[in-house]
Design a binder for this molecule. Structure first.
Ligand SMILES: [Zn+2]
Length: 278
């Protein structure tokens, strides 16, 4: 493929990806998950807001076309979009970070990204935000604002700098450990054996599952609503009773199932090197 054809192909691929799952761009009610942690994303592309006396932190930006919905969600909660001080991401893929540059420009927030995802974040290739990263993060770095502290856990594989965020949320006299999974998934076309662009990708996934299994979790969350049953849990929450997002068993079961799926795919590719994912 010529370079021009490749650029064209990538642009088409980015467009197809941007259309993806219909839930990606569908409105979803903004709501409080627990304490000062809120959901302001779409029906599948999770965006989290951490409210502090010194302004707000946003985790993920979604696509540029989703920003009006995010703004509306922030307003519905009684917060101000212009109070966004820090933008973080789950990983450098368009469904989570394509609008980071736009939000930075509109709010003046600082963008903080795991070191290994910084080149992708700053890239101006089709579908990439080309956003200047104000602070490169390293594994276990903390991000603090107004008394809230997030910890960045490097959980690589899905991307080189894929990040799982944790935060202790104070809610009604108790402290809850929230875990926002970056992504445990092997996407279609991912090469686990003999990957020239990402040597050690499979070993990185192995490390990621060890990290995910080690994290204490009360509030089970992630980059996509589909990881943790956003819709079902939101409906349960509306019905009252105990907070359905407090789901340590659901977290353990999800991580175990994803680990198993990864191991099977890795074994399949070892049998048939160069096959990539189905
Ligand atoms: Zn992704």
């Amino acid at each position: 493929m010529t370079r021009r054809a490749l650029v064209f192909f990538l642009a088409i691929a980015a467009t197809v990806l941007a259309q993806g799952n219909p839930d990606w761009h569908k409105e979803f009610p903004a709501f409080k998950i627990a304490g000062n942690l809120y959901y302001v994303g779409t029906a599948d592309l999770a965006v989290y807001l951490i409210n502090t006396p010194q302004g707000n932190i946003l985790i993920n930006s979604d696509f540029e076309q989703d920003v009006p919905l995010i703004k509306q969600s922030i307003q519905q909660l009684g917060f101000k979009y212009s109070d966004t001080k820090i933008i973080l991401i789950s990983h450098a893929h368009g469904d989570h970070d394509a609008a980071t540059g736009l939000i930075k420009k509109e709010t003046g927030a600082k963008l903080m990204v795991m070191d290994a995802d910084v080149p992708e974040e700053e890239s101006t290739a089709p579908g990439r935000p080309g956003a200047h990263v104000d602070r490169a993060l390293h594994d276990h770095d903390t991000v603090e604002l107004g008394g809230s502290k997030l910890v960045a856990h490097l959980t690589p594989g899905h991307t080189k700098g894929c990040t799982t965020w944790t935060i202790e949320v104070r809610d009604g006299g108790r402290t809850l450990n929230a875990v926002i999974i970056g992504s445990p998934n092997v996407n279609p076309g991912y090469i686990l054996v003999g990957n020239q662009k990402y040597p050690g990708i499979a070993e990185d996934y192995v490390k990621t599952f060890a990290v995910l299994k080690s994290l204490p979790c009360d509030l089970f969350l992630g980059a996509h609503g589909g990881y943790f049953g956003l819709k079902e849990k939101y409906e349960k929450m509306k019905a009252g009773g105990p907070n359905p997002f407090v789901d340590p068993d659901g977290y353990k079961a999800y991580v175990a199932e994803r680990h198993d799926t990864f191991r099977k795919e890795w074994a399949r590719q070892k049998q048939n090197p160069g096959s990539g994912a189905p």
